[in-house]
Design a binder for this molecule. Structure first.
Ligand code: C2E
Ligand code: MG
Ligand code: MG
Length: 862
């Protein structure tokens, strides 16, 4: 109330009672607008407040009809009341609407009193502007309406913590009516088994501090359905700081929370590498926790479309047992049918639905009446499994269930794809991609285990090392994909012969190893036989049919070694022996093999030292003309190694070691250089030696630089290309490596001669002979040796001579030791002879003496 009005009122109160002047002045100064109308409804009194309210001077209104000031009146029920009917509305609160100058409405509240003056009856109207209260009221109503329509549950508690107000959102969310809630302490109704027990305390503490509280809590509806809510409670504090009440706003976040919790738990489990069935069980428990009215199961579907139950924590185990391995199909239960159709399936009545035929006898006793199955699909759309919800009533999935299953399916896909990826990684890491057999790492781990088991019961075990014969040739000649096909085929054949407990692995290339636990040497022998038989069956490789064969080495546990590494090494040695003895067979490991192998290793070290310490030298064996032995065709340089402790080591022993260890490149170049030095020296001193032959290994020809190095060495020593002959073996001719052919051609183009050593012992192919630029054939010693005793040797010798003739190649007979051999060879027209009969290999000076002694001269034949 404005101060001036109060002062005015104070003034009035001091005036004497029943004084008419005082009364009219009181009316004049009253804070409410006061106006009076006579029996004809004409205005007879209009006080100052009325002047302010209507913004018209009294003079302009006195005597005017009331309707002019109050054209529209309404009673409390909203009925229109005309100004002339004011008498009938006496004692009622009326409302009138006026308009501001800007047209906005003004609300007046009026009350009419009948006053009888004795002369006439007047109607006195008390009016007050209530526009603000009216607007407030309107807004309040709107607000309540809004609150009721809000999806958030809102309730207000008073200072005693009992509920004073709940909105419609609350009744909808929790299912309690307003009447039930009013006066209740909310926690008694809303808390449940998993509600944070500290919730009430936390709210209480917050109130004590006059602070708001916010958090996520699990509450329960009237039907005891768990509900995750986000709660914001704010205290309403009075002017004196006292808490008048608390406003609680709750939002249902079950869905968000459910997604978040499920995601968090599952992802956590995946990060910790939990087994898939544990992850799925966790997921099931979470769903059953959120929606306790359902029972859930998760089933995987394997590549053969068979069911693999993963989790069903609330279903009897026998159901999973029955399902395991069952093929999916329209009548294979809810899961099987949904997987079969590739879409969600609702089984409205388990008791009658045909799909439930095989499992209803297990489900019905559990009180389960209906189910809803959805397929779990991979990102590529393949059905990997199903998620099934079972209900205790015949019902359809509600919105919460659908949303739960949506989340579940997503997480199941993630888990299953991850499992598959893990399996793939496992497969790649531990299995050979070509054959699918355990790789070396996996094999070793399994084999160690098997040996340890055998050791515990004092049992024997066998390790079989299988190596294909001539696989490299097949691979090179037929191409790698053909080679791969053959290896796959062989792996299958081996697999077909071994038993479940045997461990098969692919070591490398064409090597396979089989560990046979609890196996005697005899049994190992017969398994090796069976394997050889299986492997040697014809195999189609590309358009060819091959007759593969293998060499097998067998080592026995514990006699030949106690750990798998040693056993495999020993079996490998035995295999090597089998291979050296012609292949297609098997050998048992023996300790002498080990000795040989150890010797090889020490020989290799010694050979490295020998090269460095110059313990190597060359000897030269003359090659003489078949008709006149004083005519020298050339000399063959042969390598000699005099070891300070081991004595003379023949090249037949150390050359293979050099070849296997890679030392051969260095060694051959050393020989070549040494031979050229010697040849240059002879040339320089006029010693009559027309040419020098140097033995080359097949491996040397794979070195692209070979031809270049030869050319360079010759020119460094001032020698012509035809001063040098390179002796190669047939394996060089068969080598498919394009660099080998490149070298042969470049060497030929240079003018250096090529001689085919040990001719007749390998897989000579006449077509190759014909195609390659070979100058000379060296008939192998084995033919020459048997000339006197074997007609076959004689026939073969004659044939080689004829082949040489017809291909325009000179033939040298090696290893001529006797007169008879010499006579036969000379008789057959063999142009050149080499052997102890004429001279053993000699050092350079001894050879020079030999030449002098025999008055030799250089042969004129080219
Ligand atoms: P090869 O090239 O066939 O050499 C001929 C072998 O026969 C030599 O043995 C030689 O001493 C021997 N020999 C010669 N005349 C007679 C004979 O009348 N009767 C008998 N029983 N043997 C005879 P060696 O020197 O022990 O060489 C053996 C093999 O070692 C050679 O066979 C050759 O393949 C290889 N070799 C020798 N030196 C080298 C070399 O510098 N480099 C390469 N890559 N291999 C070499
Ligand atoms: Mg030779
Ligand atoms: Mg030879």
């Amino acid at each position: 109330m404005p101060r001036s009005a109060l002062t005015a009122l104070d003034t009035v109160q001091e005036a004497p009672e029943h004084d008419p002047a005082f009364l009219s002045q009181s009316l004049e100064l009253a804070p409410d607008a006061v106006l009076a109308v006579d029996g004809e409804n004409r205005i007879v009194l209009f006080n100052r407040a009325a002047e302010r309210l209507w913004a018209v001077p009294r003079e302009a209104t006195l005597g005017e009809p009331l309707e002019r000031l109050l054209p529209l009146l309404h009673d409390a029920d909203g009925n229109a009341v005309a100004g002339s009917e004011i008498g009938q509305a006496a004692d009622d609160t009326l409302t009138a609407t006026l308009a501001h100058a800007d047209g906005s409405p003004r609300m007046l509240s009026l009350r009419a009193i009948r006053v009888s003056t004795g002369i006439e009856t007047l109607w006195v109207l008390f009016a007050r502007e209530v526009t603000d209260q009216h607007l407030l009221q309107e807004r309040l109503q709107q607000m309540l309406l809004m609150l009721d329509n809000s999806n958030s549950a809102i309730f207000v508690t008073g200072p005693d913590r009992s509920v004073a107000y709940v909105n419609g959102g609350f009744t909808r969310m929790f299912g309690y009516s307003r009447q039930t809630m009013i006066g209740q302490v909310p926690a008694t109704l809303l808390a449940g088994p998993d509600t944070d027990p500290q919730l009430c305390e936390r709210i209480g503490n917050a109130i004590a501090r006059r602070e708001s509280i916010q958090g996520e809590f699990l509450l329960y509806t009237r039907t005891r359905r768990p509900l995750w809510v986000s709660l914001a409670a704010s205290p309403v504090v009075g002017e004196e700081g006292q808490v008048l009440g608390l406003v609680h706003v709750l939002t249902d976040i079950t869905r968000t929370k459910m997604h978040q919790v499920m995601h968090e738990k599952v992802l956590n489990a995946l990060v910790r590498d939990m087994p898939i069935s544990d992850v799925m069980t966790l997921l099931c428990r979470e769903v059953e926790h959120i929606s306790p009215e359902v029972v859930i199961s998760i089933t995987g579907i394997d590549a053969e479309n068979r069911m693999r139950p993963l989790a069903a924590p609330s279903l009897p185990g026998v159901l999973s047992t029955q399902m395991t391995g069952t093929a999916i199909g329209p009548r294979a239960g809810a899961c099987g049918a949904s997987a079969w159709h590739g879409r969600a399936m609702l089984i409205d009545d388990i008791a009658t639905h045909p799909a439930c035929e095989p499992c209803r006898h297990l489900l019905l006793p559990q009180g389960l009446r209906s189910s809803w199955s959805s397929p779990i699909k991979s990102s590529l759309g393949r059905v990997m499994g199903t998620v099934t919800l079972y209900y205790r009533e015949p019902q359809e999935p509600n919105e919460l269930h659908r949303s739960l299953i949506d989340s579940c399916l997503h997480l199941c896909t993630l888990t299953m794809e991850r499992e598959q990826a893990n399996e793939r990684v496992h497969q790649l890491a531990f299995y050979d991609t070509l054959t699918g057999l355990p790789n070396r790492m996996m094999f070793s781990a399994k084999a160690e285990q098997a040996l340890a088991n055998a050791g515990r019961v004092n049992a024997q075990a066998a390790v079989l090392f299988v190596d294909l014969d001539r696989f490299k040739l097949i691979n090179d000649a037929q191409g790698h994909s053909a080679g791969d096909g053959l290896l796959r085929d062989i792996a299958q054949r081996i697999d077909g012969e071994v038993q479940e407990l045997h461990i098969t692995g692919r070591q490398a290339g064409d090597e396979f190893v089989v560990v046979v636990p609890h196996c005697s040497a005899e049994q190992a022998g017969s398994l090796a036989e069976r394997l050889l038989g299986a492997i040697s069956a014809p195999a189609s490789v590309g358009i060819m049919t091959l007759h593969p064969s293998a060499s097998i080495g067998v080592a026995m546990y514990p006699g030949d070694g106690r750990d798998i590494e040693l056993l495999v090494r020993h079996a490998d040695m035995a295999m090597y022996r089998a291979k050296r003895e012609g292949g297609g067979t098997f050998r048992f490991f023996s300790s002498d093999m080990n000795k040989v192998a150890q010797e090889r290793v020490s020989l290799e070290t010694a050979l490295r030292d020998a090269i460095r310490l110059e313990q190597l030298r060359l000897e030269y064996q003359p090659q003489v003309s078949g008709c006149a032995q004083t005519h020298i065709h050339g000399v063959e340089a042969l390598l000699r190694w005099q070891h300070p402790e081991l004595g003379a080591i023949p090249p037949g022993r150390f050359i293979p070691v050099a070849e296997e260890s890679g030392l051969i490149s260095e060694l051959s170049l050393w020989v070549l250089r040494q031979a050229c030095v010697q040849m240059a020296d002879w040339r320089h001193r006029g010693v009559p030696i027309p040419r020098i032959s140097v033995n080359m290994s097949a491996i040397n020809f794979r070195d692209r630089a070979l031809a270049g190095l030869i050319g360079q060495t010759l020119s460094e020593h001032g020698l012509a290309a035809d001063d040098l002959t390179l002796e190669i073996t047939e394996s060089v001719m068969l080598d498919p490596d394009p660099d080998v052919l490149g070298n042969i051609e470049a060497i030929y183009a240079m003018g250096v001669r090529l001689s085919l050593d040990d001719f007749g012992t390998g897989y000579s192919s006449l077509s190759h002979l014909h195609r390659l630029p070979i100058h000379e054939l060296k008939l192998d010693q084995s033919f020459v040796r048997d000339i006197e005793t074997s007609a076959i040797a004689r026939t073969l010798t004659t044939s080689v001579l004829r082949i040489g003739d017809s291909l325009g190649m000179r033939v040298i007979a090696e290893g001529v030791e006797s007169q008879a051999q010499q006579q036969f060879l000379a008789g057959q027209g063999c142009p050149i002879l080499q052997g102890f009969l004429f001279s053993p290999p000699l050092c350079a000076s001894a050879l020079e003496h030999w030449l002098d002694r025999n008055q030799c001269q250089a042969a004129t034949t080219a």
